[in-house]
Structures are given as structure tokens and as C-alpha cells.
Design a protein around this ligand. Sequence first.
Ligand SMILES: Cc1ncc(COP(=O)(O)O)c(C=O)c1O
Length: 503
Amino acid sequence: MAPAMSYKVDLSHLERDGGGSLTQQLVDRFAGAIEAGELAPGEKLPPTRALAAAASINHLTAARVYRRLAEEGYVTASVGRGTFVRSLAPAAAEERGDDWQAYVLPDRPSTYQEEMLSDAFRLPGEEGMISLATGFPSQRFHPAQEMADLSAQVFADEGGAALSYLPAPGLPALREGLADLGRRRGFATDAAEIIVTSGAQQAIDLTARALLGPRDVVAVESPTFTGSLLALRATGARVIGIPVDEDGLDVEALEQALARHEVRLCALQTTCQNPTGVDLSPERRLRLAELAVERNLFVMEDGAYSDLRFEGERPCPLRQAAPGHVIYVSSLSKVVGGGLRIGWIAARGPVHERLAMLKQSADFHTPTLVQHMAARYLDGDAYDRQLAKGLPYYRERRDALMAALERHLAGEYDAAVPRGGHHVWVTLRRPAEERTLYSEAVRNGVSFTPGGAVCAERRKRTSLRLSFSLVEPDELEEGVRRLARALREVRRRDRTATAAPLS
Ligand SMILES: Cc1ncc(COP(=O)(O)O)c(C=O)c1O
């Protein structure tokens, strides 16, 4: 008999002849011990073999006991870890706090990318920290008064309708407004193509879920935006990184991937790419559109930063060349404000229907009030005025960051001047251990987005995404100075470690 168990659950005097099934008797005893708090939430039960030996039953009966306890909600089984008590005895609940959740939640540790994304939202608020990790638009430019006036107007004109439900694809007036922007920019021609989403992130997530499942393959530009990587990975699909150079996604590398894998979706930003700030060249655009049509390949074109361009002509979206194959996603976040959560998808055909259904099951629709406000905001020149106000501000910060890099890190890095957006992609000429550099930088009072958090695969080179949109020019200077200090410290430690004699 296993003593470890006998003190918790009485396994003696089981009725072996005619006294009800052994399984049920054991289930009752375990359930009784759990309800009485003798077996605590989270406590590990003995392996089935130990139970079998202790209760003198066969192994299959022991397994059946645990299975039934799991079905009745008393225990939870975790492959490779064992069986744990699940239900919380009422008397013990307060003392034990929320520890039980760790045993009930499915096993899913957070990923490096998720941790970096949540750091990006958290660190800007920390005292003394200069955050080069976030590409949010500056609050200074949010059109707060205009939005306050618009919301008052919406309530005055719409009354209770401003708080009513809507069809999943969105408010007709907003879909019209976005189609109008789409005609001017080239990403859509008709309001019927538009589905209003809660930010571009939801548009990406819905697209990923509409197209991908666990055995599918998706090709994604790498580096890219962390939120895209997270949404694509969450589908369980295999994510293949395609390199990005000064002409955007390497379409030849994509062709090689298409020859090796049955790729269902290619995800990229064609303009002012986050994090590199580059555009997809016209030749590559053409070839990618041809490939999509030739190979029946879906393309997700993310235009989140496409309007935030500091110089050069705005290229036509890829969707114009292959509107049935390209699903265009974007939002008002980078120009007007991320907290508005107004994004959209432009797509047509059966995938549009599927996306609308997924939107409905995700959250029914994007909030009615903000859809009304956005429709009115787009119906006039407010958006263009907003953009005109923001561009010089961001350009000045981009230039300040590039200058600071030259002052403090000359000879150490390569970085293309971004044509637009909020970020500079910096690659160190000599690699450094990314996590060590990140921790050292945070210790020195500056944060950034480590390259590994935005890449689909492990890279030998060390890259950093530095975002300039939220930071004043003098703070950008100080941030880069701190970063250079952190890098020197990491290099110094590397040298010391290399020089240390082997013991
Ligand atoms: C390239 C890119 N796409 C999509 C998004 C998500 O935008 P939204 O805030 O509209 O969800 C972001 C946000 O940073 C982004 O950088």
C-alpha cells in the first residue's frame, strides 16, 4: 500500500463483491476527500499505477477512476505532468487564493513575442524610462476636441441608435467613407468590399483565422509587426519567414518557398513597412500580384503605415493589381488614434463572406458610436488635415533619431532611412546577445523592440527596432546615448568572458 495516499484518501474496506462498482466507490472517496478539503486544489494525485497498487485494483480501473473524476470536474489531467485536484472546496477557497487557476488553465506559456508586446505597452509609463519600443502615434496629435464634438453630434442626430447593434460588416456610412478613401488610395472600389474591424489587429487576426489551420503554411515577411506574427502563429499554421531587404519582401525567396511548400497565405506590408520603413519595389509588386493569381495564393496586405510617408510617391496598393487575391487590412490608428479601434478589411468573394461571419462571432461588430464618429470624421477633410499635421512632426523625430545613431553608434550599425512610419530598423555589425542587451538597456533606462520579437525565425544578426513617434528629439538623443552605453557594457562583459581562463 502506498502510504503517501493512505493518509489522504481511505482506500481500505472497499466492497469487492456486490457492493457497487469499484470504480464508483473510489470516485466517491476521492470526491469526498476533495469536497472536505483533505485533498487541496492543485494537489497532485498519485500516478494510476500507484493507485492501482494501493487499492489492489487493476491499472485500467485506476485510469477509469481518474477519467470519471475529470468528467465530474474534480480533477484535471495534464499530459506528461499528471492528474491534479481541480475543484475548490468552499471552505478553503479564500485561503488558497487564485493558485488553483494554474492547474485548470490549459498549458500555454507566453511567448517571447507576447512578452515583448506587453512590455511595449507597459514600459512607456515607467518613471525615467525612455521607450523606443512603441510606435504609437503621439497623443499630442489626437484630435480630441474634434472627436468630442463629433460624439455630441452623433448623439444629437442619432439618439438611441448610436447605442444599437449593427450588422457585422459595419455601419453603411462608414463602409462608404472607407470605400471612398479606398478609391482615392487604390485599396478598394466599393463599400461592399469593406468590413469594419476593431483596429487592423483584428483585421489581421480574422484573416489569419479565415485562411489558416494547424496543417497550413503561411509565408510572412521577416522582420514584421509582432501582432501579425502572434495572430498567424495562433492558428497553429507553420509560419515561414521571408526576408525583407531595401526593396521590401524578397519575392524570389518567396517563389523558392512556394516551390517547396503549399503556401496558402503570404502576409506583408507593401508600404512604409514596420519595422524597416521600406516599400515593396514596383517590379516585386508586379511579380507578387502575378504569383498570387498564377498560384491561387491569398495575400494579406497590411497598410497600417501606408499614409504616414515622409517622402516619395505613395505606391499603389498591391490589391489594385489582384483584388480577388489580396485581402487589404488597415486602420485609422496611426493617423488618428489607436484607441479609436477603427480598422477595416477590403476583400471580395467567398473569403469576404467568411471574414464577415468570423467578425460576427468575434464581437458582433465594432462599437456603433465610434463607427458613427469615424464616418463623420472621414466625411470631409479632417483626415487629410490630421495627416498633414502629423507628418512633419514624425519626420523631425525620424531625423533626430538617425542623427543620434550617427553620433553615438557610428561604425557599429547599419540602418536604412525609413521613408515613413514610426520606426528605424538597426542591425549591429557585430552580433550581441539580444536578451542581454535588452536587459542592460532597460537597466540603463531605455527600451527598444528586440529583433527576435519581430522575426519569424532565429537570426544570426542582432537587430533592434527603435521607434521615434512618442519621444521628443532631445530624449531620442539621450535614449540612443543610453543604448550605446548598454551596448558597450555588453561588449565589455563579452570580452571579459572570452578572456577568462578556462577553469
Ligand atoms: C504594421 C501594423 N499593422 C497593424 C497594426 C495594428 O494596428 P491597430 O492598432 O489598428 O490594431 C500595427 C500596430 O502597431 C502595425 O504596426
